[in-house]
Design a protein around this ligand. Structure first.
Ligand SMILES: *Cc1c(COP(=O)(O)O)cnc(C)c1O
Length: 228
């Protein structure tokens, strides 16, 4: 499969160029505006040297899945990169909401009413209005977090009542199934609820998420190599 070639090398710049090239050619082929397809470099569990290298390449959009790990590496780095954007892409415990609101620019993982209420309160406290995504459990998997498609209506209503700035939907499709039908359903849901952004597609399938409307692809190993 064409997409995996980039993971063969530890040269971060080559990896980045390879992924960008695939994003460009896929966008062109499916008539997506390249400016609408954002690359979130998923730096979780990556050695800090690789992140430094990626920063040196000029990349400024990163995703982390744990609040504490993100704090450990980004609190000190951030001030040197004023244009840096950090997305939280992992599950958020309510006792970490305060730290998350302080550190991240975007929260991609709204997945339950309790979190919506806690985030709403904390954003008021910190006088912030961070853009958020609702994570959709698109494969209705028992072990996976996220809002079921049939519960999305009520959930988005709650987000509105709590005045959260929901800009889109996010998903991680089931392992071992062709992702395209899940991406297609995500696209339908985003259209139905008039949400502009779609965060979907990872190292193995971002080329299939772009034709179905992804505006953020979250790519880790194809950019940084295997995680420790
Ligand atoms: C780890 C992770 C990714 C990146 O996965 P890769 O397969 O390394 O590209 C994307 N999204 C989420 C939510 C993740 O946890």
């Amino acid at each position: 499969m064409k997409l995996t070639f980039t993971t063969m090398t530890n040269n971060i710049q080559k990896n980045l160029e390879g992924v960008q090239k695939i994003i460009e050619s896929t966008s062109q082929k499916f008539q997506r505006n390249l400016l609408d397809v954002n690359l979130v470099a998923v730096s979780k569990k990556q050695p800090i040297e690789r992140i430094h290298e990626m920063l040196k390449c000029g990349h400024r959009l990163y995703g982390e899945n744990r609040v504490q790990e993100a704090q450990e590496r980004w609190v000190d780095l951030r001030p040197q990169y004023p244009d840096l954007k950090l997305h939280l892409i992992g599950p958020l415990q309510t006792n970490k909401v305060k730290d998350a609101v302080a550190l991240f620019d975007v929260i991609e993982t709204l997945d339950r009413p309790k979190l919506v209420k806690a985030l709403s309160r904390e954003m008021q406290n910190q006088n912030k209005d961070l853009p958020c995504f609702v994570q959709v459990n698109i494969g209705a998997e028992e072990q996976k977090s996220g809002v079921l498609p049939e519960d999305l209506d009520d959930f988005l209503q709650l987000c509105r009542e709590e005045q959260l700035n929901v800009i889109g939907l996010m998903c991680i499709p089931p392992l071992g199934e062709p992702p395209a039908m899940h991406f297609a359903l995500m696209q339908k849901l985003a259209q139905r609820y008039d949400l502009k952004e779609l965060s979907m597609g990872m190292s193995n399938d971002y080329d299939r998420a772009i034709p179905l409307g992804a505006t953020y692809v979250r790519v880790g190993t194809a950019l940084f190599g295997q995680r420790s």
